[in-house]
Write a protein that binds this ligand. Structure first.
Ligand code: ASP
Length: 329
């Protein structure tokens, strides 16, 4: 899905796009009420990001604010509402990248930072390193004055039910009753849903930024990192090409360096944003059985939101226009 910018490239209207994860989605299993809840959450986040841009805020400020709100919303797999590892713990990953300077920051395997995206930004601002993990990342976040929480803050009953269901399925047994009950009627087959969140933006100064945050994949082994905190895999931004945030089966996105591949196709091959994102999502990723999608914006304000799953929670908002949100194809 591509939404072309109608404006003059030299004065492109600031725009933000967000995602709340991709996955197997069955229209039959989503109630009108659930659909409304997802759209309302997406719209609220888009309005907040749009407001930052409208006030002259930077793309980095807009994507961090959008992702912070998505982290706080239990509907999405990031921050409060993050999925569980196989040991019923939480290990969160996040990354940010500034397209103007190629500055980047990321945290991985953290379980006490309320908003991992802010910690990723703190790593970037600190400037010494790009990727910090576990306790070291948590210490840096605390030193930066960021809020910390008990790991149980991230837990929700729905995510715990998903863990039980995933574990029951792997053991080849009938779904746990609670897990089945909790899963029934959800918008997406939660066992196959990738609910990471992300945002990309173009600001009034012509700069791009990207941010991604996730709890990872349900029932993942403790210590596993996905693509989200890896610069070039799940997150990338370069003013010369595009800002990209991915969601999907992280191992595949890592293997094709998906986010950077979009920018590389544009930089080296002269591809448009649309053809670069289509090639990555519908050719490069399927070649390694990669399922998921991504959101991307270029400095002309073109926005592409492609995915190769049945659905992806997503939306965009240009300054001065009503936000638009989507779930299905
Ligand atoms: N890409 C994320 C990961 O593999 C999962 C997701 O997108 O939901 O950790």
């Amino acid at each position: 899905m591509t939404v072309a910018s109608s404006s003059n490239p030299s004065r492109a209207t600031p725009v933000i796009a967000i995602h709340g994860g991709a996955g197997t989605l069955s229209r039959a299993h989503i109630s009108a009420e659930q659909e409304r809840a997802y759209h309302a959450a997406l719209q609220q986040v888009l309005l907040a990001g749009q407001a930052v841009l409208a006030q002259g805020g930077t793309a980095m400020e807009a994507v961090c604010e959008a992702v912070r709100l998505l982290e706080d919303c239990p509907l999405f797999n990031a921050g409060h509402g993050a999925v569980f590892t196989a040991q019923a713990t939480h290990e969160l990953d996040a990354a940010v990248m500034d397209g103007a300077t190629l500055a980047a920051g990321a945290v991985a395997g953290v379980s006490r930072i309320r908003n991992p995206v802010q910690a990723a930004r703190a790593v970037m601002q600190n400037g010494q390193h790009v990727l910090m993990v576990a306790e070291g990342a948590e210490r840096m976040a605390q030193e930066a004055g960021l809020a910390t929480v008990e790991p149980s803050y991230f837990s929700t009953p729905a995510r715990h039910a998903q863990l039980l269901a995933a574990q029951a399925r792997q053991a080849g047994v009938v779904l746990d009753h609670d897990g089945a009950a909790a899963l029934a009627g959800r918008a997406i087959d939660e066992g196959r849903k990738m609910g990471t969140v992300g945002a990309v933006a173009l600001d009034a100064h012509g700069h791009l930024a990207a941010a991604t945050s996730t709890g990872g994949m349900t029932n993942k082994l403790p210590g596993r990192l996905g693509d989200s905190p890896l610069i070039g895999c799940g997150t990338y931004a370069d003013d010369r090409t595009a800002a990209v945030s991915c969601t999907g089966h992280g191992e595949s996105f890592i293997r094709v360096a998906a986010a950077h591949d979009v920018c590389a196709r544009m930089a080296y091959g002269g591809a448009s944003l649309e053809s670069a994102t289509q090639a990555v999502v519908h050719e490069a990723l399927p070649a390694v059985q990669g399922t998921g999608g991504l959101i991307a914006v270029d400095r002309q304000g073109n926005v592409c939101l492609p995915f190769n799953t049945e659905g992806m929670y997503r939306g965009l908002a240009r300054v001065g226009q009503a936000p638009e949100s989507f779930i299905y194809r």
